[in-house]
Design a protein around this ligand. Structure first.
Ligand code: NAD
Length: 368
């Protein structure tokens, strides 16, 4: 059997720096766990624009459609701010998401014990937190028609449309229920069924999918505004939260901040299963290209490393190896190894991006 395939797109700014550390981790799994990947690397974002005049070539797009998973660093930077909208670095990422039809966006909010004091909430509220927000990513108010700014009499009117079909709701609901079965077996669905028809349909369809296919999973419903409050009050009550594109955008950012630094947050965007049963998948850290620290060896590679852990779990069915990698990150943090973004007290000395990668490799070795 051939090895699973991975396309790596480091991108811009700190993207290549953090991805270099992930390459060490990938090589480690090949050498020490007999888990080798066929890795290819290509350009995206500003780097692709510089080389080809487009933020994503058709060839790279075709490759992304063929591989088992794509791992992306970050795109963008001030150098590209003045470019026409159609060739801005972000268009490369949007094209990947759109053409791969990645409708299910997974954003974990996980609080490593060693970083619990980083949260703006009290330690006991966040320590040990491990929740997953599943956000619908390809429909809803960011895409619905009609949209635009029109003139009505003497004033302008801004219009966006919240629109969901049953099948769009059902497929993201299935994705959340499947995830819950691998975790705490609980899903909370959030919408605004009290004031929005699309919310009523959302609640109905999630309930129907649950009854027909996932009755073994515990399902609850919550209005999204109440959900936002509960996320801050007692987030540990949740396991998997499933919600639409707009509410998911807000709730996942709020949940992310429960856990501290941007340099720690991974994400996955999944689509429909391919011929081999694996979902189309793009894994990437939540952070951007961080031009303010790019090229200085200061970036925290953990978000990107944890994105690879998600790939192990969700694309390659290697949950135990994903646990192993997350445990190595946990150990490094518990040992007090910190990149600059994770410093808490004066006098602490940060490690560089590559030293953090080396520490993770050492912790992986120690765990064998
Ligand atoms: P950003 O996430 O790049 O940076 C925000 C702040 O967090 C900066 O101070 C940065 O130094 C810090 N930071 C981010 N990641 C870090 C890491 N791994 N380690 C340590 N510190 C880290 O967001 P921004 O400054 O708003 O955007 C910069 C560029 O990135 C823009 O061009 C933007 O469009 C782009 N961007 C890309 C993505 C993506 O590729 N998915 C996401 C967000 C922003």
């Amino acid at each position: 059997m051939s090895n699973p395939s991975l396309l790596i797109l480091p991108g811009d700014g700190i993207g290549p720096e953090v991805m270099a550390e992930v390459r060490k981790v990938i090589d480690w799994f090949g050498a020490k766990r007999d888990l080798a990947f066929d890795v290819s690397e290509d350009l995206v974002g500003g780097a692709a624009y510089d080389a080809h005049g487009t933020p994503l070539t058709d060839e790279t797009m075709a490759k992304a459609q063929e591989v088992d998973a794509v791992l992306l660093g970050a795109v963008g930077g001030p150098k590209y701010d003045a470019l026409d909208f159609s060739v801005k670095p972000e268009r490369g990422l949007l094209r990947l998401r759109k053409e791969m039809d990645l409708f299910s966006n997974l954003r974990p909010a996980q609080c490593f014990d060693a970083l619990a004091d980083f949260s703006s909430l009290k330690r006991d509220v966040v320590a040990g937190l491990d929740i997953m927000i599943v956000r619908e990513l390809t429909s809803g108010i960011y895409f619905g028609e009609p949209r635009g700014i029109i003139k009505e009499g003497n004033e302008r009117v801004g219009i966006n449309t919240q629109r969901y079909t049953e099948s769009e709701i059902a497929r993201v609901a299935r994705s959340a229920f499947e995830l819950a079965r691998r975790r705490g077996n609980k899903v909370c669905s959030m919408e605004k069924a009290n004031v929005m028809e699309s919310g009523i349909l959302w609640r109905d369809v999630v309930t129907e999918v649950h009854q027909a296919e996932y009755a073994d999973v515990e399902l609850s419903h919550m209005y999204a505004d109440a959900g936002a409050m509960q996320l801050c009050r007692w987030p540990k009550q949740f396991d998997v939260i499933v919600t639409d594109n707009l509410f998911g955008d807000l709730l996942s950012d709020a949940a992310a901040m429960l856990t501290g630094s941007l340099g720690m947050l991974p994400s996955a965007s999944l689509g429909a299963p391919m011929g081999n049963g694996r979902p189309k998948a793009l894994y990437e850290p939540v952070h951007g290209s961080a031009p303010d620290i790019a090229g200085q060896g200061k970036a925290n590679p953990i978000a990107c490393v944890l994105s690879f852990a998600m790939a192990l779990r969700y694309s390659f069915d290697q949950g135990a190896e994903a646990d192993r990698l997350e445990a190595a990150v946990e150990k490094v943090l518990a040992d007090g190894v910190r990149t600059a973004d994770l410093l808490q007290a004066e006098g602490e000395t940060p490690v560089s991006t590559s030293e953090m990668g080396d520490a993770i490799i050492a912790a992986l070795d120690a765990g064998l």
